[in-house]
Design a protein around this ligand. Structure first.
Ligand SMILES: [Zn+2]
Length: 74
């Protein structure tokens, strides 16, 4: 999988963003709370408000984010 992420066909900014998602280094609410940038009472997803906003939730689990990804692919 990582071999494809760092392919010459993928722009470097996309590769580095994908790498940051894999390492859970993007500024989700969960990560901002861990770094004490946000208070712990604002952890819910900005789209659905049902779950904690984590990298996996934003990119793979949230129904509203999934709809946005699908509209980008059309
Ligand atoms: Zn959500």
């Amino acid at each position: 999988m990582y071999r494809y992420l760092w392919s010459k066909l993928i722009p470097s900014k996309v590769s580095s963003f994908g790498w940051r998602v894999i390492l859970d280094r993007i500024p989700t609410k969960q990560n901002l709370i861990k770094r004490k940038i946000l208070p712990s009472n604002v952890a819910s997803c900005v789209w659905c408000g049902l779950c904690e906003e984590t990298s996996s939730h934003l990119f793979f689990e949230c129904f509203y984010a999934f709809k946005i990804w699908m509209s980008c692919l059309q």
